[in-house]
Design a protein around this ligand. Structure first.
Ligand code: FAD
Ligand code: UDP
Length: 400
């Protein structure tokens, strides 16, 4: 019955089965099982199939590919991101050219405003932000640098997410832009989080109001899901959706495995649960042409229950008389979206990582399996590097 259910799922999936039955008992056999059809799993599957000629089974427990980058047209025809706004940016030529095999791009530079003291001002903090908030009349980069230097409170050692910001811009701007947002987003005070979290957001003294400074900034022209569909469209790849790894036993056999789910789940939480932060997404279509001036508006005020609002038409360039938006409400329970960077969590991850190193035939890749707060491009880079190492290892063992 499980087998039939699996085949039915394959029927609704994007790829057709293309397998040999060396597994016995009519169970299809694959060289590789890939758990998870997000960036990590899909890049690994594509490389294994297209570069190494392996037969690959990709499973995902969700009813779609693309992992958290999944986008889909809503009832009004606007392409929305089911798991929150995903903006592509990278400094890696290799990652950008690899993904360009599977998509065309729409040039897009992300801009974000933060609602502070009743005004919407640029974040990252830049010269415009300071002039708007403080009527500071700063005319040059040097003016802005001096303004910030007068407020900054240097700390001996920058360790936490509070230190990073307070040492750069001082207590007042820290409280206005970072403290409330971070407490909401993570359920922790910035003083309890690694510096790497708020260090994602720079401080600027010029007028650059782009959220990212990367050399490549663009959105897949037909969306992320379309890009993944092309990536996985290979005769050596079979995709089974609505399929949890825990339920796969008996339906197929495989040689090696690539695992991109939460690492603590793989090991049955034997050392306890690794903390992940979750979100609840409220998707709405509003009967107005535009809701806000830019794609994302952040709400650092702790009295506002959501962290940010995304308006998708800014990302897609679609024309419509209505507009679709998503409100993000942080949550402690739910899908694991964010690893939580702090020393005790890293220590627990290291114990799981030690277990994973003892399983050479299971390769752990991606944001959840390596417990790293990685952007999409970093996950693609990690998967490409992992594949290269795997290939080198296989070539060595063939030669030996
Ligand atoms: P995932 O996308 O999480 O994929 C893992 C997949 O494995 C999931 O589909 C899951 O269903 C499946 N899975 C897990 N366990 C099992 C199992 N046991 N059986 C079967 N399937 C399983 N990055 C950017 O570069 N720019 C952004 O603007 C950006 N915005 C983001 C906004 C939000 C709200 C979030 C949460 C993330 C954002 N990211 C962004 C990060 C981006 O989502 C990740 O870097 C990327 O999606 C990670 O890919 P992955 O394959 O490692 O994991
Ligand atoms: N952050 C903040 N205020 C902001 C934007 C970001 O305090 O207006 C902090 C917050 O802790 C957030 C982190 O910086 O989680 C990283 O922000 P980013 O926009 O990169 O978060 P992501 O898009 O990954 O959710």
């Amino acid at each position: 019955a499980a087998m039939l259910a699996a085949i039915r799922k394959v029927g609704t999936a994007m790829a057709t089965t293309n397998t040999t039955t060396t597994g016995g008992a009519d169970r299809p056999h694959y060289d590789y099982l890939v758990v998870g059809a997000g960036f990590a799993g899909s890049v690994m599957a594509e490389r294994l199939a297209a570069d190494a000629g392996k037969k690959v089974l990709v499973i995902d427990r969700r009813p779609h590919v693309a992992g958290n980058a999944y986008d889909v047209q809503d009832e009004s025809g606007i392409l929305i991101h089911q798991y929150g706004p995903h903006i592509f940016h990278t400094n890696s030529d290799e990652v950008f050219s690899y993904l360009s095999r599977f998509t065309e791009w729409r040039p897009y530079e992300h801009r974000v405003l933060a609602e502070v003291r009743g005004q919407q001002v640029p974040i990252p903090i830049n010269r415009t932000t300071l002039n708007k908030l403080f009527d500071a009349g700063l005319e040059t980069d040097e003016d802005a640098a001096a303004f910030l230097a007068a407020r900054a409170e240097p700390v001996a050692e920058v360790r936490t997410s509070e230190d990073v910001v307070v040492s750069a811009v001082g207590e007042e701007l820290y409280r206005l832009f970072f403290r409330g947002y971070t407490r909401k987003q993570w359920g922790l005070d910035p003083s309890e989080l690694d510096k790497s979290v708020t260090a994602r957001v720079p401080t600027r003294t010029n007028l650059d109001d782009r959220y990212f400074g990367d050399t490549h900034q663009a959105m897949p022209a037909h969306g992320f899901t379309a890009m993944f569909t092309r990536m996985l469209d290979h005769p050596n790849i079979t995709v089974m959706l609505d399929t949890d790894f825990a339920e796969l036993e008996g339906t197929a056999t495989w040689g090696k495995m690539v695992y991109t789910g939460p690492i603590d789940e793989y090991f049955g939480h034997r050392y306890g649960k690794l903390p992940y932060r979750s979100l609840r997404f409220e998707h709405r279509t509003l009967q107005t042409e535009w809701h806000q001036a830019v794609a994302v508006v952040n709400y650092p005020d702790e009295a506002v229950p959501y962290t940010r609002v995304t308006e998708y038409k800014h990302l897609t360039g679609q024309d419509s008389q209505v507009t679709s938006v998503t409100f993000e409400y942080p949550a402690s329970e739910g899908d694991p979206y964010y690893p939580i960077p702090r020393p005790e969590n890293q220590a627990l991850f290291k114990r799981y990582e030690a277990l994973s190193l003892a399983e050479p035939d299971v390769i752990f890749v991606g944001r959840l399996a390596t417990y790293r707060y990685y952007n999409m491009d970093q996950v693609v880079g990690q998967a490409l590097a992992t594949y290269r190492r795997l290939k080198a290892r296989e070539e060595e063992s063939v030669l030996a």
